[in-house]
Each structure stands twice: as structure tokens, then as C-alpha cells.
Design a protein around this ligand. Structure first.
Ligand code: A2P
Length: 283
């Protein structure tokens, strides 16, 4: 990968730009609009949002204000827990498209495998939700479909009834959360791994090993973490609402971490608290 416009190729041939602009925890309204516009001006061509982030309207406006043709952008959104099920997923998709002001979506994801309200029937609910995702795919309303926060047992269950294999799994992935088993499993199935919270939601930026690495390469801690993600074969989704950081996070193609530094950083496993467990979270 040599620039933000370089792409991974999904199983169905669709190209997905190798870094996405994350918007989890970005407030709706001007902040979302301005940061998305700024990101696109800096060269991002891939924007990631979700119904539950509550910022699809602001994100959509930023996309429209960017002046970049729709087909040059890759936009992802996700169906939230309360909308699991066939009809409710189709309705949720329509609402997301309306809020985003888009005719189609590049990638639609099941956001969470095991919502608390369906904990006794999550497998059936995922099967129904996935059927609706497949319908949207076959109708051409989404160019690709996938999952988020799915561990191997959730994927295995989905595969019992799926016609189409998920093309992407979006996970919390950074040097303190390597998720080795899940990563190996997805790689075997040809599922592209997107890394949300690639900076550990900021908590990894001050870790001494990251600072030492930043010093060694003459780059910022954020750039080191994003480089680690790319070199692991992940597609990072850094979030920022700060213009200077949005730009800084794009400058990750002019250097390469030595293999032993990638390994050394991966040893930070557990350094910060892990993200939620999909089967026990209280949502
Ligand atoms: P902000 O949005 O206020 O600029 P992650 O992508 O892992 O979720 O991390 C996002 C967090 O990291 C946000 O708090 C964001 O702050 C901060 N952040 C993003 N990029 C940088 C950067 N280059 N330097 C320092 N902090 C950053």
C-alpha cells in the first residue's frame, strides 16, 4: 500500500481503500460534517459510520460537501442491535440511507453478534439479519456485506444459513488487543479485517514502547500504530475530529516498521483494558 487510495480487494472484487476514516464517538452536526469534509480533503476515500453512532446525518452532509464524486468514495454503515431481524434490518437500512443522503452503501455490516435483548436467540436473529443483508446485496443497494465484533463461533453459526460469506469483519484491533485466533480464522476464510480503535481510542499513544518506536522512526505515536495495523494486514479506521491529526494520520506510507518492531509492539497485548466481550456486554 502506497497511498490512502490504494485498496484491498474484497472476495467479490470490490475495492476498499486501505485506510478508513473512523467516526465512532464523533458527535453529529458540524463536528461530524467538518471532520468528514476535512478527511476527504486530506485524501481519505473511505468513511466509516454506524446507525448507533448517531452521526449519519452530519457524516452524510460532509460527504456531499466534499465535492468528490460519490463513486470515488467508499462508505460503510452498520445495523444496530435493536434492529436485528429481517424486516427491521431492511427498515434500518432505508433509514440509514435517508440520514446519510445516499442512494447506495458500499459496505453494510451487522454491528454486533449477540445483543442483550436477543441473547437467547442470537443465532436465529443473525441468520434473519443476514438474509436481509443478502437481499440488499442482490438488489445492488450495497456493494458488499460483512460483520463487526464477530468471534469465530459467531461466524461459524452464521455460515450454517448464509448464501454469501461475510466479506469484512470489523474488530477492535491494536497492539494491546491482537485477537490472534479470530484474525487467523478470518484470514483463512478470506474475510478482510478492519481495525477499529487502531490507536486504542488514544490510550496507546503514551505507552513507552510506542513513544520509543516513534522516536526511532521520527514519526508520531499515531503514525506508528497505524503503520503496525497496515503491516499486520489490517485496514485501520483512525478517528479524529482535529484537522491537524486527521492529516497526520494520513502520512503513514513513507516508512516501514522493521519486522522485529512489529513483533515487539504486538507484545503490548493486555496493556490497556480490552473492548467489550460480545457475549456478555450489557447492550
Ligand atoms: P480527537 O478526535 O479529539 O482528535 P481511535 O482511532 O483508536 O479510536 O482513537 C481516537 C482517539 O485518538 C481520539 O481521542 C482522537 O482525538 C485521538 N487521536 C486521533 N489521532 C491522533 C493523533 N494523530 N495524535 C493524537 N491523538 C489522536
Amino acid at each position: 500500500m502506497h497511498s490512502l487510495k490504494d485498496c484491498f480487494t474484497l472476495r467479490n472484487g470490490v475495492k476498499i481503500p486501505c485506510v478508513g476514516f473512523g467516526t465512532w464517538q464523533t458527535p453529529d452536526g458540524e463536528v461530524a460534517t467538518n471532520s468528514v469534509r476535512e478527511a476527504i480533503a486530506c485524501g481519505y476515500r473511505h468513511i466509516d459510520t454506524a446507525a448507533v453512532y448517531g452521526n449519519e446525518e452530519g457524516v452524510g452532509l460532509g460527504i456531499r460537501q466534499s465535492g468528490i464524486a460519490r463513486e470515488e468514495l467508499f462508505v460503510t454503515t452498520k445495523v444496530w442491535n435493536s434492529d436485528h431481524g429481517y424486516d427491521s434490518t431492511l427498515k434500518a437500512f432505508d433509514l440509514s440511507m435517508k440520514k446519510l443522503g445516499l442512494e447506495y452503501c458500499d459496505l453494510y455490516l451487522i454491528h454486533w453478534p449477540n445483543p442483550i435483548q436477543f441473547r437467547d436467540c442470537w443465532e436465529e436473529k443473525n441468520a434473519q439479519t443476514w438474509k436481509a443483508m443478502e437481499k440488499l446485496y442482490f438488489e445492488g443497494r450495497v456493494r458488499a456485506i460483512g460483520i463487526s465484533n464477530f468471534q469465530p463461533h459467531h461466524i461459524l453459526s452464521l455460515l450454517k444459513s448464509a448464501t454469501i460469506l461475510p466479506m469484512v469483519n470489523q474488530m477492535c484491533l491494536h497492539p494491546a488487543q491482537n485477537q490472534t485466533e479470530m484474525v487467523e480464522y478470518c484470514k483463512k476464510l478470506g474475510i478482510v479485517l478492519e481495525a477499529y480503535s487502531p490507536l486504542g481510542t488514544g490510550a496507546l499513544l503514551k505507552q513507552p514502547e510506542i513513544l520509543a518506536c516513534a522516536e526511532k522512526y521520527g514519526k508520531s505515536p499515531a503514525q506508528i500504530l497505524l503503520r503496525w495495523s497496515l503491516q499486520k494486514g489490517f485496514l485501520p479506521l483512525p478517528k479524529s475530529v482535529t484537522a491537524q491529526r486527521i492529516r497526520e494520520n494520513t502520512d503513514i506510507f513513507s516508512f516501514e516498521l522493521e519486522g522485529e518492531d512489529v513483533v515487539r509492539l504486538s507484545a503490548l497485548e493486555g496493556r490497556i483494558p480490552p473492548s467489550w466481550n460480545a457475549d456478555t456486554a450489557d447492550f
